[in-house]
Write a protein that binds this ligand. Structure first.
Ligand SMILES: C[S@@+](CC[C@H](N)C(=O)[O-])C[C@H]1O[C@@H](n2cnc3c(N)ncnc32)[C@H](O)[C@@H]1O
Length: 280
């Protein structure tokens, strides 16, 4: 079978479920991954003959897409800050709005700072910071040992240096050291939000990475702020990704914990999605 013939089968199988533009993107994503044919070179490779392995992988991908599996989990990788991150169902797929949170930290151009990423998942935040801030010391925590394992793999792949620790932020944590910058994209999806979530997130991404306890949407922010009390330096910065519906509540909470210069930022979709605050 040629790639062109596969494209016809692919479209026929999925066009009732997936919008045309997205379908096109997905096709190129798969062809690039399995056959190493990128979008630019597709036209001259339309008659490329798929080998058995490629045809099997691509047919399997159709079945998984039909079940609404995110393409990043099918191919096992996702792009973040121009880098390729390995992902599996134990880690959240890195999102573009999180790239903007990283960019906000990079804008300050911190030098020789100690930075902590709480809830590192694939390691996308910590690894990007380590890549762009060569003289900073980066540490990254997660409660999931499976996530830490993926993050370590990505750290090696990107040739960065990060200290990873299996730590549960729900516990009272006492360390001798303090950090200059703490960043977190914690679980912030409420049970109420669940109703509006698409199946490809709800059924495939790890619930540990997504959801807050039922009655306390600010649960993880409070835990992070308790930790900051003893472990973020005076004048140290906290960067948080937030649920767009909770921006006021998170700002109030930061105020209650004595933070100042609390700044809210919108993402590229014009949604309130990140906060920076300075500790007294
Ligand atoms: C929204 S995901 C963010 C992942 C990654 N930082 C990113 O931006 O793509 C939240 C992460 O927090 C971790 N997490 C959940 N509960 C935690 C806890 N109690 N202590 C530490 N990490 C936790 C999850 O395993 C998950 O990796």
């Amino acid at each position: 079978m040629t790639v062109l013939e596969f494209k016809n089968i692919f479209n026929k199988n999925l066009e009732s479920q997936i919008d045309k533009n997205e379908l096109n993107e997905l096709f190129f994503w798969l062809i690039d991954h399995y056959c190493k044919i990128d979008k630019i070179h597709y036209i001259v490779n339309e008659n490329y003959q798929l080998n058995n392995q490629e045809e099997n992988d691509l047919r399997k991908a159709i079945k998984l897409l039909k079940k609404e599996t995110p393409v990043q989990y099918i191919i096992g990788s996702a792009e973040f800050k121009g880098m390729n991150f390995s992902v599996n169902s134990n880690v959240l797929i890195p999102r573009p709005e999180t790239e903007e949170l990283v960019d906000w930290i990079l804008e300050d151009n911190p030098k020789n700072k100690k930075i902590l990423d709480i809830g590192t998942g694939s390691g996308c935040i910590a690894i990007s910071l380590s890549k762009f801030l060569k003289d900073c010391l980066i540490e990254a925590w997660d409660v999931s040992k499976e996530a830490i394992s993926v993050a370590k793999q990505n750290c090696k792949k990107q040739k960065t240096k990060i200290s990873f620790k299996l730590i549960d932020i729900r516990n009272n944590i006492y360390l001798d050291e303090k950090f200059d910058i703490i960043v977190s994209n914690p679980p912030y999806v409420t049970q109420k939000d669940k109703q509006n979530m698409s199946k490809n997130v709800l059924n495939f991404e790890p619930h540990l990475a997504l959801f807050t306890p039922e009655n306390d949407p600010l649960f993880y922010y409070k835990k992070i702020l308790n930790f900051c009390e003893g472990h973020l330096k005076s004048n140290g910065c906290l960067f948080l990704e937030i649920n767009e519906n909770l921006s006021k509540n998170v700002q109030e909470l930061l105020n209650d914990y004595g933070f100042h210069d609390i700044k809210l930022r919108k993402d590229f979709r014009q949604k309130n999605r990140m906060i920076k605050a300075v500790k007294k």
